[in-house]
Design a binder for this molecule. Structure first.
Ligand SMILES: Nc1ncnc2c1ncn2[C@@H]1O[C@H](COP(=O)(O)OP(=O)(O)OP(=O)(O)O)[C@@H](O)[C@H]1O
Length: 249
């Protein structure tokens, strides 16, 4: 396995507030890596710093062998890395058709055979060509999230950054979308970095995970260790207990 995403000693500051504090992480090609931690622990900040949506003030980011700094990202980056956000309502322009939403990234990255690619992308996310000329405001939350995933996959990236991709959806739809993502990962050999507040989702979807707290990485472990409750940090125990307590209710 080779490292496809490397973060070394990354820090992000918002004015005086250190939201990400000296975080390091290597993600291997084909791996599914989870980020968990309480609200405000810096999970989204880390993902957004990789994507260039937040600048990082120090540290090193290497993606597919190329170094990136600050917020600047080039076309290679967006061919390699795509991001799917939590809110399927906010992430798609409501007055654009599905066709237009899927065409845009293909044009930006200079793909030809756009019709076949759009048809294939819609099939892959289980919607089919009947959805092609719908406006995104005519779609349910789950359908929108499928389009957001299709839009990310259509440029054939290597890495998907997934920021709570199913937490805005109903439980039954959540499972469908997670299965769809897992299938796409298997079929395409994708690498995932996935943020979730839900340990069960991370346990189901990921090979390894990192626990974050107050901008720091508390511990990194294989998901098997989480399942066997073989965790080292007291904070990880607290997170596990909190999530089990919530589930029992
Ligand atoms: N643009 C910003 N300006 C100022 N502070 C910010 C900004 N973005 C995030 N923060 C702060 O950084 C901290 C980490 O936020 P972040 O969104 O990364 O947390 P999170 O772990 O993803 O939480 P959640 O699970 O609630 O999404 C929080 O205290 C947040 O208020």
């Amino acid at each position: 396995m080779s490292t496809v995403l490397s973060i070394q000693n990354m820090s992000v500051r918002f004015d005086e507030f250190l939201a990400l504090d000296d975080v390091s992480l290597d993600v291997q090609q084909g791996e599914s890596f989870g980020l968990v931690g309480e609200s405000g622990s810096g999970k989204s900040t880390l993902l957004r710093a990789v994507a260039g949506l937040n600048a990082f003030e120090s540290g090193r980011l290497t993606v597919d062998g190329k170094d990136y700094t600050g917020k600047r990202r080039d076309q290679d980056f967006y061919r390699t890395v795509q991001m799917v956000f939590q809110d399927p309502y906010g992430s798609l322009h409501p007055r654009q058709t599905v066709d237009r939403l899927l065409l845009e990234p293909l044009v930006i990255h200079g793909f030809s055979d756009v019709d076949q690619r759009i048809a294939r992308a819609l099939d892959e996310v289980g919607l089919g060509s009947g959805f092609r000329f719908r406006f995104s405001h005519q779609l349910s939350g789950g359908q929108r999230q499928r389009i957001a995933i299709a839009r990310a996959l259509i440029v054939e990236p290597k890495i998907l950054l997934l920021d709570e991709p199913t937490s805005a959806l109903d439980a039954s739809i959540q499972a469908e979308v997670l299965n769809l993502l897992e299938q796409a990962r298997k079929d395409r050999g994708l690498t995932f970095v996935m943020v979730s507040h839900d340990l069960a989702v991370i346990s189901h979807m990921c090979d390894r995970l990192a626990v974050m707290r107050m901008g720091k990485m508390v511990e990194t472990m294989p998901v098997d260790a989480l399942r066997r409750r073989e965790v080292e940090a007291e904070y990880t125990h607290q997170l596990m207990t909190a999530s089990e307590g919530f589930r029992r209710k």
